[in-house]
Design a protein around this ligand. Structure first.
Ligand SMILES: [Zn+2]
Ligand SMILES: [Zn+2]
Length: 325
């Protein structure tokens, strides 16, 4: 499925099978999860996509061909492709272990073609082996919702009482990890989204309520996955002195001005950008121990537009996943 320009529906096109370089593998795509970032690209809020573009950065595929330098993976092996598709390895950020901030980074399904397709080429150095415990559809959301969720949770440090604003794919995964680590999750959803609140409680949240309400206790930290800047002051209001508010999304509407009192007493606000391979290695080792279970709603690849629409309107419980067969 190909995006030819902002706000145009994805079109089904016969795209030639990509050719691969020495460090790349050709994957026969099995599953690709649908992420809110895909909507931001679709809507033109992320402004530098390659066009035409095959979106999709939570890919599970089988290796059908290997470049001449590929040694990590075998033909027929199942691997996952995340958002970070390539980094330069030499810039100051890469050398400091912050390849997520690489000046030259390339991103799957944004500046590189992604997984809304039957085949995708990927640099093997940025792929992950996938634990056997997961089916293709269950594994796909781990590649972004899981990894970005994990990086966001790590940013909260030792926070024991953690608020999560926006209870979608990332939240449903990271709630399970947080519980496993002995943390308490306080879930915030759209006002009146009773089903979303029940979903959060079913995954072990200790409290669930509307995003503009206050939890019964002060939080040590909060993660905002919803792309709504007005949640930042709400979250700051909910965290204790010294607490942190982590913005986990790649795009957010403007943050309204707020009184300095909300930030005072060493509260902080930060964002999470992209992921590192280290995040992935840690998360894929941890997920089967929890064990993280993903709730997915599957669609055939040809219904990518419908999947995006359901995500946009908040109808998906857990993650939407496209299947190629
Ligand atoms: Zn994503
Ligand atoms: Zn770099």
């Amino acid at each position: 499925m190909v995006l030819e320009g902002s706000r145009q529906p994805l079109r089904a096109l016969d795209v030639p099978r990509p050719s691969i370089g020495p460090d790349q593998v050709l994957l026969e795509v099995r599953a690709c999860a649908v992420c809110r970032t895909d909507l931001h690209i679709f809507d033109g809020e992320l402004q530098q996509p390659k066009l035409p573009l095959i979106p999709g950065h939570e890919i599970i595929g089988i290796i059908a061909e290997r470049g001449t330098r590929v040694e990590r993976f075998q033909l027929g092996q199942r691997v996952g492709v995340p958002w970070l598709g390539w980094s330069c390895g030499v810039c100051a950020f890469c050398r400091a272990g912050q390849e997520n901030l690489c000046e030259q980074a390339r991103f799957t399904g944004y500046t590189l073609d992604g997984g809304y397709a039957e085949f995708v080429a990927a640099d093997q150095r940025f792929c992950f082996g996938i634990p056997h415990d997961y089916s293709d559809a269950e594994a796909a959301p781990l590649l972004c919702a899981g990894l970005i969720g994990y990086r966001s949770l790590r940013k909260t440090g030792e926070a024991r009482k953690v608020g999560i604003y926006g209870f979608g794919a990332a939240a449903h995964i990271i709630t399970q990890v947080a519980r496993f680590e002995g943390r308490e999750i306080y879930a915030f959803t759209r006002t009146g989204d009773v089903a979303g609140q029940e979903f959060a409680m079913s995954l072990g949240a200790v409290w669930a309520g509307a995003a503009d309400s206050l939890p019964p206790v002060k939080l040590d930290g909060a993660i905002i996955f919803a792309p709504a800047g007005d949640l930042v002051p709400h979250a700051l209001k909910a965290v204790r002195k010294g607490g942190i508010v982590v913005c986990g999304g790649i795009h957010m509407s403007d943050i309204p001005s707020f009184p300095y009192d909300l930030l005072w007493e060493e509260r902080s606000v930060c964002s999470v950008a992209n992921l590192t391979r280290q995040d992935g290695n840690e998360f894929f080792a941890l997920a089967p121990q929890v064990p993280v279970k993903t709730s997915v709603e599957t669609f055939p690849l040809s219904q990518a537009n419908e999947a995006l629409h359901r995500l946009r309107t908040g109808k998906v419980r857990g993650a939407a996943v496209l299947l190629t067969r």
